[in-house]
Design a protein around this ligand. Structure first.
Ligand code: IPM
Ligand code: MG
Length: 357
């Protein structure tokens, strides 16, 4: 097969982890007889430096014209002073909206090989951690009206958290469909004791559940959920939640499975075009030092092969190489617990060697 993949290396450690990932894909192509064509789409701070915009229209077009989109990470302190619409994050949010990817799927699974990197007590970790956060991605406070200015002479700012019935319904269906392929349990997370948008959320999710009588639904307040993820993560199968809550809970989830450097994510909408990215950021503090963990990015590519490019076996081969590398004791600094660590390039190289056999 021949596939065109839009590549967004981004900022900070982005280009380093992307370089390792593309080389992994090339090995997969060689082993399984596929050709991957890469088309670079600048986005983020680097795009702002080059063309004054964090998301040039040409990059959106490149993504829309490709079979799939791979994104590393964007952002950095050097762009903090920019107005909101020029910041790297505006590029990312604009891309998510331009591609219409309303569903963000973030798995949190503890590799047995990494049990010692889990910060929870062994008796909690031993119960197993294997759940998925389904985060609404193009609504809520991220995309509501942002206002700042003087109100009665006092500097004031506000962000509108709004959801429509239709927006809740379509993401709820993604979560219920996914639950059917897993343990058939959805935990819908909201703040319905305080927020009107959450009360609508709960009402719509409950109604959608009537179409999925084989799936068990429970509702949980977000503050309680944050606590339960630490107290008893084994209780979760699919966590369904809105944009901002999902942003926060997915970082928490990544921490309990050892490292944010390990978790890939998939974002998709109504079309077949999906966006794959690690859930971590651009880590500007370690950029250019060859210490970043490329595994979340490499696993994002594996996810892309499985879910977008009809290459399930190829994706599993990458996942297998990642498990093997961890079992062999190979660790980047973030998961080494102070022990011996290898760099980003060496980890990428190891994955390729394991794949080439
Ligand atoms: C994420 C990130 C982004 C988000 C940032 C970079 C805008 O934290 O993908 O989780 O908040 O969605
Ligand atoms: Mg986040």
């Amino acid at each position: 097969m021949e596939k065109t993949i839009a590549i967004i290396p981004g900022d900070g450690i982005g280009p380093e982890i992307m370089a390792q990932t593309l080389q992994v894909l090339d090995i997969v192509g060689r082993r399984f007889g596929h050709t991957f064509r890469y088309e670079e789409a600048p986005m983020g701070g680097n795009a702002y430096e080059r063309c004054g915009e964090p998301l040039p229209q040409s990059s959106v077009d490149t993504c829309l014209g490709s079979d799939s989109v791979l994104l590393a990470a964007i952002g950095g302190p050097q762009w903090d002073h920019l107005p909101a619409e020029k910041r790297p994050e505006a590029g990312l949010l604009g891309l998510r909206r331009a591609l219409g990817v309303f569903a963000n799927i973030r798995p949190a699974r503890l590799y047995p090989e990494l049990a010692e990197a889990c910060p929870l007590k062994p008796e909690i970790a031993d119960q197993g951690i294997d759940f998925v956060v389904v985060r609404e991605l193009i609504g809520g406070a991220y995309f509501g009206e942002h206002k700042s200015g003087l109100v009665n002479g006092v500097e004031t700012a506000s962000d509108l958290m709004a959801y429509s019935e239709h927006e809740v319904e379509r993401i709820a269906r993604v979560a219920f469909d996914l639950a059917r392929q897993r343990q058939s349990r959805v935990c819908s997370v909201d703040k319905a004791n305080v927020l009107a948008s959450s009360r609508l959320w709960r009402k719509v999710v409950s109604r959608v559940a009537e179409d999925y009588t084989d799936v068990t639904l429970n509702h949980m307040y977000v503050d309680n959920c944050a606590m339960q993820i630490i107290r008893a993560p084994g209780q979760f199968d699919v966590i369904l939640t809105e944009n901002l809550f999902g942003d926060i809970l997915s970082d928490e989830a990544s921490m309990i499975v050892g490292s944010i450097g390990l978790i890939p994510s998939l974002s998709r909408g109504a079309s077949t075009l999906a966006l794959y990215e690690p859930i971590h950021g651009s880590a500007p503090d370690i950029a250019g030092q060859d210490t970043a963990n490329p595994l979340a990015m490499i696993r994002a590519a594996a996810m892309m092969l499985q879910y977008s490019l009809d290459m399930a076996e190829e994706g599993r081969a990458i996942e297998q190489a990642v498990s093997d590398a961890l079992r062999l004791g190979l660790r980047t600094a973030d998961i080494a617990g102070g022990g011996p660590a290898i760099g980003c390039r060496a980890m990428g190289e190891k994955i390729r060697t394991l794949l080439a056999v």
